[in-house]
Design a protein around this ligand. Sequence first.
Ligand code: PLP
Length: 251
Amino acid sequence: MTDARSVELRDALARVEERIVAACSASGRDRGDVQLVVVTKFFPVEDVRRLLALGVTDVAENKAQEASAKLERLTADERAALTVHFVGQLQTNKARQVAAWADVVHTVDRARLVAALDRGAEQAGRDLDVLLQVDLDAPGEADEQGHADGGHRASGSRGGAPADGIPALADEVGRAEHLELRGVMAVAPRGGDPERAFAALARVADGVRSAHPRATLVSAGMSGDLEQAVAHGATHLRVGSAILGPRPAPR
Ligand SMILES: *Cc1c(COP(=O)(O)O)cnc(C)c1O
């Protein structure tokens, strides 16, 4: 593909790849242990096709409706070549729909959602990989400096369960027949220090992994903080605007 947009995406992918390689080498990690997930929300299916042609294997969406409409426009071969991640806040009543098409759901943060996704996966005749979303803003977050500020949350919580609720939720997923617990996910708090946030996430990830050895994934890091995420053990980086450009306004 030689259209101008493909060239733009190819160059942006190369710049992000350079950042990932540099971050891995700075922390002595193998590039192969970090998966780039390109967040294609708000961008058209044509961009997903361009990314596929450029070798991208993993894409993420954050709106159930938008994502399924987009994925329906892919051919069976195109769809089969992709791992599709769901990274948005998920209402329980949309869980069944998402369970029918997502390969990995990153935003599991409550028991009712575990049950709904498990039922949805069963009805769709498939198994689903899930990550538990940790709310690093939540009071009582594993903050060893003691800076938790008594219940204040940054405006517009991005979802997630408080760190102290994660072990029970992990066991819940462990009991779900059609869900596979693969790890944890977080978004660094707005205006906070991503280093501290991702260090806290790493501690939560260790705890989950000790009880659930297959839960080895850590989804952390976006366009602005992927270096800090790699330094703290992220296995999956969710990068949108650094590759696709500024997001168009939601329709
Ligand atoms: C949109 C989004 C991203 C990508 O953010 P960028 O800053 O554009 O890289 C990552 N994670 C989640 C959960 C998102 O909703």
